[in-house]
Design a protein around this ligand. Structure first.
Ligand code: NAD
Ligand code: UGA
Length: 467
């Protein structure tokens, strides 16, 4: 296929990746028309809300970009057919969660939304269309997409000829909370494909703001696999440091000091060494489990076991925090008031998918605790849905607190799970007066400094340090 000038882009999926990624493309390429489509009409309505504080994703810097691009060259709609038919390039950025039923349940990715998207593209596309996998996908998914595109015979009404396709893999590496910076100044952009003209077209778009030496081109399978491996390595680092946090608590070593000491070795590096309540987010667990599934599929059980341990360690870390809370509170939390500070899986996002706060809170509710949950960005509806979706016997009760003091009123303990900036440097002299003695702080993110509580009767347990 000859290289073509890309004028119109469509992105299927207006989620945490599709929304921010397309906003940045529209911002950096004012000559391109970018249409983001989604089957979720309420999500599209929220993207189009005049009040920018209502756009569905909280991400620092995003609202400002949407403000200057929306209606200019960035459009959010549910008009799938028109957007696909007019597009020169279609990004597929739909959800790929872990399968819950059938073959591979609990490990393999559920590709039904990707397949549905490919079928929509096959049905509506006109002329030559470059299809870009933006979703994180199992290795060799591009082959399945190609087959769907090629097998669904589609006559281009305008040109009265078959429509044609090129498939590229272009996985996304943004992290939530820093998505805009990650998109504007990525460590790298990865493009996998076989059609050099299509690759050049995509390179041409990114090269408007990304230095060319940061755009890596590989074959399709390397690109798909690299995304899974990048997430597996990142998650592995967190499980590694979390395993050592438990070791520190038992041995008298301090996790902060250990992380600092090893992180100064350039070969190890100092990033992603913050011990915490275990990794959350929609991707680490699902992508590792997918790698585990694929390893089994390719007949590599030892490789599968190796990576599965990263996920098992993560669950163990969350479980162990709940047990410590229980043990410090004399073995029972029944009827006790516990403040949960932070419900999102990390700071600067309203996303709660796989948040450690869900499992830990539900375990405490199962023991009969009364929880007051405070999070600056997560809605009460979201928390309710997360509790409803978690299968457990809820013996306790919970409410959403409107402020930190509101959460800590009459609390026997406060459990810090997310490292929101506002949790640092709190006035513990004052907060301690609101709580019921003997009271505990359980700090899983190392946000409390022991000096800050020295004039209070608060007990402090810190992850990786102990009490
Ligand atoms: P998301 O659930 O926030 O968004 C996906 C959207 O796709 C939803 O709004 C859904 O309604 C829509 N959708 C599903 N099927 C559709 C269809 N047939 N037509 C139109 N719309 C459809 O998911 P996300 O977090 O944006 O993740 C998307 C992909 O990107 C996943 O594969 C994920 O692994 C990957 N990823 C996510 C992140 C992240 O930080 N969230 C980062 C990198 C990669
Ligand atoms: C992660 C990757 O960092 C992105 O590169 C990737 O694109 C994305 O997954 C994806 O594929 O979805 P994200 O999950 O948004 O991004 O956020 P991270 O900053 O990686 O944090 C993940 C989890 O690990 C959070 O719960 C965070 O609190 C935890 N974490 C992170 C730690 O406990 N310690 C650390 O040192 C770093």
């Amino acid at each position: 296929m000859n290289s073509k000038t890309i004028r119109k882009i469509c992105c299927i999926g207006a989620g945490y990746v599709g929304g921010p990624t397309m906003s940045v493309i529209a911002d950096k390429c004012p000559d391109l028309e970018v249409r983001v489509v989604d089957i979720n009409k309420s999500r599209i309505a929220a993207w189009n809300d005049n009040d920018l504080s209502n756009i569905p994703i909280f991400e620092p810097g995003l609202a400002q970009i949407v403000a200057r691009t929306r209606g200019r060259n960035l459009f959010f709609s549910s008009e799938m057919e028109e957007a696909i038919a007019n597009a020169d390039m279609v990004f597929i950025s739909v959800n790929t969660p872990t399968k819950t039923k059938g073959l591979g349940a609990g490990q393999a990715s559920d590709l039904r939304w990707v397949e549905a998207s490919a079928r929509q593209v096959a049905e509506f596309a006109r002329g030559h269309t470059i299809v870009v996998e933006k979703s994180t996908l199992p290795v060799r998914t591009a082959q399945a997409i190609k087959e769907i595109l090629m097998s669904t015979k589609n006559v281009d009404q305008k040109n009265k000829s078959d429509s044609t396709f090129s498939v590229l893999s272009n996985p996304e590496f943004l992290a939530e909370g820093t998505a805009i910076n990650d998109l504007e100044e990525p460590d790298r952009v990865l493009i996998g494909g076989e059609d050099s003209d299509a690759i050049n077209d995509l390179v041409e778009i990114y090269s408007r703001w990304v230095p060319i030496n940061k755009i890596i081109c590989t074959n399709l399978w390397s690109s798909e696999l690299s995304k899974l491996v990048a997430n597996a390595f990142l998650a592995q680092r967190i499980s590694s440091i979390n395993s050592i946090s438990a070791f520190c608590e038992s041995s008298g070593a301090d996790i902060q000091e250990v992380a600092n000491a090893i992180g100064t070795d350039k070969r190890i590096g100092n990033q992603f060494l913050n011990a915490g309540p275990g990794f959350g987010g929609s991707c680490f667990k699902k992508d590792i489990l997918n790698l585990v599934y694929l390893s089994g599929y390719f007949g590599l059980p030892e490789v599968a076991d190796y990576w599965e341990q990263v996920v098992l360690m993560n669950t163990w870390q969350q479980d162990r925090i709940y047990r410590i809370v229980l043990q410090k509170l004399f073995g029972t939390v029944n009827g006790k008031n516990i403040a949960i500070l932070g419900f999102s899986f990390k700071a600067n996002t309203n996303d709660t998918r796989e948040s450690p706060a869900i499992r830990i809170s539900c375990d405490l509710l199962e023991e009969g605790a009364s929880l007051a949950v405070y999070d600056p960005k997560v809605s009460i509806e979201r928390i309710r849905e997360d509790f409803d979706n978690y299968s457990f016997e809820n013996q306790g009760k919970w409410k959403k607190a409107n402020s930190i003091p509101d959460a800590l009123k009459n609390a026997d303990a406060v459990l810090i799970i997310t490292n929101w900036a506002e949790f640092y440097g709190l006035d513990w002299d004052y907060l301690a007066t609101l709580m019921r003695s003997p009271s505990w702080i359980f700090d899983t993110r190392s946000v409390v400094n022991r000096n800050e509580i020295k004039n209070t009767d608060l007990n402090l347990w810190k992850l990786g340090e102990g009490s």
